[in-house]
Design a protein around this ligand. Structure first.
Ligand SMILES: Nc1ncnc2c1ncn2[C@@H]1O[C@H](COP(=O)(O)OP(=O)(O)OP(=O)(O)O)[C@@H](O)[C@H]1O
Ligand SMILES: [Mg+2]
Length: 376
């Protein structure tokens, strides 16, 4: 990683200057000059990754603290909207399992968001990416990541005011701090839910494989869509598999289609990530998988709340867990129905776009059309 000129202190870098106070924490405005200096002019060597919003760069400030700077890719009114949404929301929330906003920069055409740098990068990089071969995610770490991410998301749903739907829960949006504790990131797609409203109907944003069927098809965003995505994430943590697996050029299998029959047959150990080499607590593995499958089912009314998810994962709801095991979802006669429904819902999405990320594209226009057609 390139050395940054962090010792060049600029005016805007003075501590305390331009500090803004959200309802639950402080953040400040950075100058472009300061962020250029911190990231060696957004040098390619500093680049941590790239997402739908733009590129993310590692940087170091004049005081030595490490930051991650997300630089907006293309200037547009729509991007401006997402920028202000993310700033608005992140300024409000503070929780040990959420990635806090340090500040932002808005100068000329440049829009940048500054976060704490997470030294262990994303869960995605450890499950399927550049760190996968190092096998750093042992079972206790996986459990604590699952619980931490559940608590962060439960905070968004149940404690933040107004309540917040994340809308893009996935492995790349779960970052890992120096202790491998989870920090849920990226509220750019989130929407503030007015008090009393049960859902907002909006354009579909999110990532294939994690989208709840009712959200993918009708753009109906609610907390339970996040719960669905979270269920997929839990299955991914337990198994090390991707949400959608390509079996051949024409056939894709979802992680639920693969895991449910195994869970139904009580073959939980076969679901466990082979990289764990059998080193896991069997009762915890079973808990993670059962909760994951109950969350990632088609019928939103049958999913859990994030508070229940956190409680169950922590092993604080033994009776509830026993009831989950007896749920019709895990009875043999219901599996075919479940998979059929899953398939038809997923098929719609897969046919619309093959790419991994669904952003504001023709696919969304199509999805919104579906929503409009259904309404008429
Ligand atoms: N605060 C951070 N600390 C360390 N690495 C980060 C940080 N924020 C982002 N990254 C890295 O940058 C990559 C790109 O992040 P980004 O959020 O732009 O894209 P994404 O999560 O893949 O997709 P999306 O745009 O849908 O969120 C992440 O996968 C992660 O590895
Ligand atoms: Mg992200």
């Amino acid at each position: 990683m390139a050395l940054c000129s962090w010792c060049k202190k600029t005016d805007a870098a003075e501590p305390g200057k331009k500090k803004k106070k959200g309802s639950a924490g402080t953040w400040r405005v950075y100058s472009l000059k300061e962020l250029q200096s911190a990231t060696n002019s957004f040098n390619y060597d500093n680049k941590l990754g790239e997402g739908g919003f733009g590129s993310v760069y590692w940087g170091q400030l004049w005081d030595g603290s490490q930051i991650a700077v997300k630089r907006l890719k293309v200037w547009s009114n729509k991007a401006e909207g997402e920028f202000s949404v993310e700033i608005e929301i992140l300024g409000r929330v503070r929780h040990k399992n959420l990635l806090s906003l340090r500040g932002y920069c808005s100068e000329g055409q440049e829009r940048l968001i500054v976060y704490d740098y997470m030294p262990n990068l994303s869960l995605l990089s450890h499950l399927h990416g550049q760190h996968a071969a190092e096998c750093l995610l042992d079972w206790p770490r996986r459990m604590s990541i699952a619980i931490g991410a559940a608590e962060g998301t439960a905070y968004l749903h149940h404690q933040a005011t107004p309540h917040i739907i994340h809308r893009d829960i996935k492995a790349s949006n779960v970052l890992l701090d120096s202790e491998f504790e989870a920090r849920v990131a990226d509220f750019g797609f989130a929407k503030l839910i007015p008090d009393g409203a049960t859902h907002v109907t909006t354009k579909v944003k999110g990532t294939l494989g994690y989208l709840a069927p009712e959200y993918a098809m009708f753009g109906k965003a609610s907390e339970s869509c996040d719960v669905y995505s979270f269920g997929i994430l839990l299955l991914e943590i337990a198994s090390g598999k991707k949400p959608l697996e390509k079996l051949s050029s024409a056939i894709k299998r979802t992680i639920t289609e693969w895991a449910l029959p195994l869970a139904r047959a009580g073959k939980f150990k076969e679901i466990a990530d082979p990289k764990l080499n059998g080193n896991f607590a069997e009762d915890e593995l079973k808990r993670l998988i059962l909760v994951g499958l109950v969350c990632a089912q088609n019928r939103p009314e049958k999913r859990l709340t994030m508070l229940e998810v956190a409680e169950l994962l922590k092993g604080e709801a033994t009776e509830k867990l026993l009831n989950l095991e007896k749920d019709e979802l895990f009875r043999p006669e219901d599996i075919s129905n479940y998979i059929c429904e899953e398939k038809s819902a997923k098929k719609e999405v897969t046919e619309i776009e093959e790419a991994d990320t669904v952003t504001e594209t023709a696919a969304n226009a199509a999805l919104v059309d579906i929503q409009e057609n259904t309404a008429t």
